[in-house]
Design a binder for this molecule. Structure first.
Ligand SMILES: *Cc1c(COP(=O)(O)O)cnc(C)c1O
Length: 434
């Protein structure tokens, strides 16, 4: 039972953080993990199982971060752990083809309407970086269009008005990225049909690709407005510009074939990551055969990886996709997420607190603003101090949320009805402190 307002033990986390900062910049290997946006020190994690995560001080939390999205089946899923154990005994990396890669690729091709060939890499960043290179080579054009607040990993050319940690820390464009690199990146506002249309009419023939999160998940969750994705498809088609769906979050999250299946829009290239790694570092990019055949060794576009497609990650990928392909989980996730979403709305309404709630399937956001959030600029009207208070109160009551207003909340197949009920009562208590 989650005790209300109990004092969190945090001595060991505190000590480990001090030690970490002596050897690792900021004590962390990815910036949002430092909890800067919520003004507390990070928890050091000892272990996790199912929907629960445990810190080194022995506190238990219901986890809605889920390693930032990958763990759709929950922590340490028995079938994945079992399969990984078996392959571990046969060796960890060969740098040569294995049957697992083909099997995993086959499942991805079958699941995604737009993918005929797929290449595995080690992260979402790598997938996106490679897809952009491929699009530029294929179209023989330089310029790309991205949307404000969409995060596509930390490749130089995409670190322009990006979401996620870049939004949280207020570094829309990172120092160290040269103007030469970003001058070919055009940034437009998400969900703005008119602006996109006008820009393409002017310079459509110079644009190699348009990259978009079909469901924005890195400025909080912002669904695409009706007609937005359809228009992207129509106009990119007209100018022979490649449409890239960055489904690193939404792929296998919102339904088995990703956002493109949910909205019935077929992009030219798709980037995947997070869920397909089953908790291991994996990314992938895929699409039409004609385009994908431009990649070496078939074509001239170079892209490689020492550990790409390694047997451990591929086993976790394959097992995860096998379980997801049964598709039962999506109904379950929809039902639970809907109860959570409705409960959040009811609590906020009854307490008279202005909050804008968004949800697509099992991705949710609670925006502390009285505005309707449909793009980056309105997302930025959120009161992040209120989010920080909310985060801390939820933590005290045993609910672990992302330490930033601009990250999604993720449900997994391991979240129980009891978890949902506890979360809703914690939410009610936490909102009373706003
Ligand atoms: C997380 C994410 C990435 C980057 O993936 P990494 O594995 O962190 O490099 C790219 N695009 C989107 C949409 C993401 O959510």
């Amino acid at each position: 039972m989650v005790k209300r307002d109990k004092k969190l033990k945090k001595d060991i986390s505190k000590k480990l953080f001090e030690e970490a900062k002596r050897y690792i910049p900021g004590g962390v290997d990815s910036p949002v993990r430092a909890y800067k946006a919520v003004g507390v020190e990070p928890l050091f994690i000892e272990k996790a199982k199912g929907s629960k995560i445990y810190d080194v001080d022995g506190n238990e939390y219901i986890d809605y971060v889920m390693s930032w999205g990958p763990l759709i089946l929950g922590h340490a899923h028995p079938e994945i752990i079992k399969a990984v154990r078996v392959v571990l005994n046969k060796g960890t990396s060969f740098g040569a083809p294995t049957e697992m890669e083909t099997e995993a690729a086959k499942l991805i091709v079958q699941a995604f309407p737009s993918i005929e060939l797929v290449r595995f890499v080690n992260s979402g960043t790598e997938a996106v970086m490679s897809a952009i290179r491929l699009a530029r080579a294929y179209t023989k054009r330089d310029k790309i269009i991205k949307f404000e607040g969409c995060y596509h990993g930390h490749a130089d050319s995409l670190l322009v008005k990006a979401g996620s940690g870049a939004a949280t820390l207020g570094i829309p464009t990172s120092p160290g990225v040269t103007e030469n690199v970003t001058q070919d990146t055009i940034v437009l506002s998400y969900n703005n049909i008119e602006e996109f249309e006008k820009t393409m009419e002017k310079i459509g023939e110079e644009i190699a690709c348009v990259i978009v999160e079909p469901i924005a998940g890195n400025m909080g969750v912002i669904p695409p407005e009706a007609g937005f994705l359809k228009l992207l498809r129509k106009i990119t088609g007209r100018f022979k510009t490649i449409l890239i769906f960055d489904e690193v979050i939404s792929g296998f999250r919102v339904c088995y074939g990703g956002a493109q299946t949910l909205y019935n829009i077929i992009p030219d290239l798709t980037c995947l990551g997070k869920i397909i790694g089953g908790g291991f570092p994996v990314g992938a990019y895929g699409g039409k055969k004609e385009i994908m055949e431009y990649i070496a060794p078939l074509g001239p576009v170079y892209q490689a990886g020492t550990l790409s497609g390694n047997p451990i990650a591929m086993t976790a990928c394959l097992e995860t996709l096998k379980i997801l392909s049964r598709q039962e989980i999506y109904k379950f996730l929809e039902a639970k997420a809907s109860i959570l979403d409705k409960g959040f709305k009811k609590n906020a309404k009854e307490l008279g607190i202005k909050i804008f709630h968004t949800r697509v399937g099992s991705m949710l956001s609670v925006f502390f603003t009285d505005k309707e959030v449909y793009d980056y600029k309105t997302a930025m009207t959120c009161n992040t101090d209120n989010y920080a208070v909310y985060f801390k109160e939820m933590l005290k009551q045993g609910v672990y949320l992302a330490p930033s207003q601009f990250e999604a909340m993720f449900l997994s197949g391991s979240h129980t009805m009891e978890d949902i009920e506890k979360t809703l009562s914690a939410n009610r208590c936490a909102l009373k402190n706003i």
